[in-house]
Design a protein around this ligand. Structure first.
Ligand code: SF4
Length: 230
């Protein structure tokens, strides 16, 4: 095992224990609540970009009450979708993507969400991040890593990768992390990023993985809240 692989192993095991009881990311909650419905996971992931978790959850709930399937969603107007998803970030653009993606699902895939990355990224508004998360949560893919801003930031702070863009981070992570962890990286690091390794002022003084963290680029930290590491 390489030194990085050893650190990755310890960090993932520790985070896996520590996040029990922490607030789960909105998409995980939606995925569990909707029995891993691929359409609803896809649409919620589209809504979640640059939006607080509680806003994504509330908007998704309102939207799926009105339109739980691609067919019902495609029948809504963009204005109706806008109203239902407000105030998610960029709600006007996202309403267009939600409508167009639903129409594309009907036109090309018989109303079903496709199960390959190549097909998913043909849908309007769907990039690798969304596609990989859908593959992991809806299709239980064991060969995908979903890199969002939390995964990108924390992987670099930990010193696992040295990358500037999320896509480069995804490719680098396939090389440094053992395959059994791939589907778990997003859940683990997003939860850690929302609770401990926050974008500004990470809580390094409270962090249980500090001994395995290089803290690359970390200049200012938040106040420690506890006597013991979280
Ligand atoms: S030690 Fe600090 S930078 Fe490293 S993972 Fe923990 S909170 Fe993030």
């Amino acid at each position: 095992m390489t030194p990085v692989a050893g650190r990755v192993e310890r960090v993932m095991q520790t985070i896996g224990r520590k996040i029990e009881g922490m607030e789960l990311p909105a998409i995980e909650k939606i995925s569990e609540g909707q029995k891993k419905d691929a359409f609803q996971i896809l649409i919620s992931t589209l809504l979640s970009a640059r939006t607080k978790d509680e806003t994504t959850l509330a908007a998704s709930t309102r939207l799926f009450k009105k339109a739980p399937t691609a067919k019902a969603m495609a029948a809504l107007t963009v204005k109706q979708i806008e109203k239902l998803i407000y105030p998610v970030g960029f709600y006007r653009n996202k309403a267009v993507f939600v409508k167009e993606a639903s129409q594309a699902l009907l036109a090309t895939f018989g109303g079903r969400v496709p199960s390959t990355l190549d097909e998913l990224v043909t849908l309007p508004g769907v990039g690798r991040k969304t596609a990989n998360l859908v593959l992991i949560l809806a299709f239980q893919s064991e060969t995908s890593i979903c890199v969002d801003i939390h995964v990108h930031r924390i992987s670099n702070r930990l010193g696992w990768v040295q990358t500037r863009e999320p896509e480069a981070t995804e490719q680098a992570l396939y090389r440094v992390i053992a395959a059994p962890w791939w589907p778990l990286i997003n859940l683990y690091l997003v939860t850690w990023g929302q609770n401990i390794c926050r974008p500004l002022y990470p809580r390094c003084g409270d962090c249980a993985i500090i001994s395995d963290c290089r803290r690359v680029g970390v200049e200012r930290v938040g106040k420690a809240k506890r006597k013991e590491a979280v």
